[in-house]
Design a binder for this molecule. Structure first.
Ligand code: HEC
Length: 195
C-alpha cells in the first residue's frame, strides 16, 4: 500500500516530464523541415550531379552504333569466307558473333529516324532478321550446305541493306566480300595444327 501511494506522484512526474519532452520534441520536429532537410537535399543534388557526370563519362567510353556495326561487318565478312572454304565450325562461330554484334548494335541505339524523320524501331527489325535470314543461314551452315549457305548469305545481305535504307543510310551497301577480315586465323578446315 505504502509503496504504491509513493509510486503515484513519481508516475505523474514521469508523465509530465514525458509530455513536456514530447512537446519540445514536437516543437523541434515542426522547426525541423526548415533547417534539417536542407543539407540532405543539397547532398542529394550533389550526388545526382556526380552520377550524371559519371554517366556522361561512361557514355564517352562505350562504342557507338557505327563502331559496333564495324564488328558486325568484320564477323559477317568472315562468315562468307569460312563458308566458301567449307570450314563449317568456323562459319558457325562467326555467325554467332555477328548475331551478338547486331543485338549489341541495336542496344547502342534502339530507335533511329528514317529519311522522313519518323521513329524506326531497330530492335524489332533485328529480331525479325534473327528469326528469318540468320536462322536460315545458321541451318544451311549446320547442314554443311555450301550452295544454300551462299544463297542465305546473299538474302541476309539484302536484309542488312534494308535496315540501312530504313535508317536513312541507303549509301551503306553491304556486298559479298572477297577476302577475310582476319589474317591470323587459318580458314583451311584441313589444317590440323596452327600453321
Ligand atoms: C537493325 C538495323 C541494322 C541491321 C540489321 C544492320 N545494320 Fe549495319 N548499320 C545500321 C545503322 C543504323 C548504321 C549506321 C550507324 C551510324 O551511323 O551511327 C549501320 C552501319 C553499318 C556499317 C558502317 C559502319 C562504319 O562506321 O563503317 C556497316 C559496315 C554495316 N552497318 C554493316 C552491316 C552488315 C554487314 C549487316 C548485316 C549482317 C548490318 N549492317 C545489319 C543498322 C543496321
Amino acid at each position: 500500500m505504502k509503496r504504491s501511494s509513493l509510486m503515484l506522484p513519481v508516475v505523474l512526474i514521469l508523465i509530465t516530464a514525458a509530455y513536456l519532452a514530447g512537446g519540445r520534441g514536437g516543437a523541434a520536429t515542426i522547426a525541423a523541415p526548415a533547417a534539417a532537410p536542407a543539407p540532405a537535399a543539397d547532398d542529394m543534388r550533389r550526388q545526382v550531379e556526380r552520377l550524371q557526370q559519371q554517366i556522361k563519362e561512361m557514355e564517352g567510353l562505350v562504342p557507338d552504333q557505327a563502331a559496333v556495326m564495324t564488328h558486325v561487318a568484320y564477323h559477317f565478312t568472315n562468315v562468307y569466307i569460312a563458308v566458301q572454304k567449307g570450314n563449317w565450325p568456323l562459319a558457325d562461330f562467326y555467325l554467332s558473333e555477328t548475331m551478338n554484334n547486331i543485338k549489341w548494335a541495336v542496344r547502342a541505339k534502339p530507335i533511329r529516324k528514317n529519311a522522313q524523320g519518323q521513329d524506326i524501331d531497330l530492335t524489332g527489325i533485328a529480331q525479325s532478321i534473327e528469326n528469318t535470314q540468320f536462322k536460315d543461314l545458321k541451318q544451311a551452315i549446320a547442314a554443311r550446305d555450301k550452295e544454300g549457305a551462299e544463297k542465305a548469305y546473299e538474302v541476309t545481305l539484302a536484309a542488312c541493306y534494308a535496315c540501312h535504307t530504313t535508317s536513312g543510310k541507303p549509301y551503306l551497301k553491304p556486298r559479298k566480300p572477297t577476302e577475310a577480315e582476319v589474317r591470323i586465323i587459318n580458314f583451311d578446315p584441313e589444317v590440323a595444327t596452327p600453321k
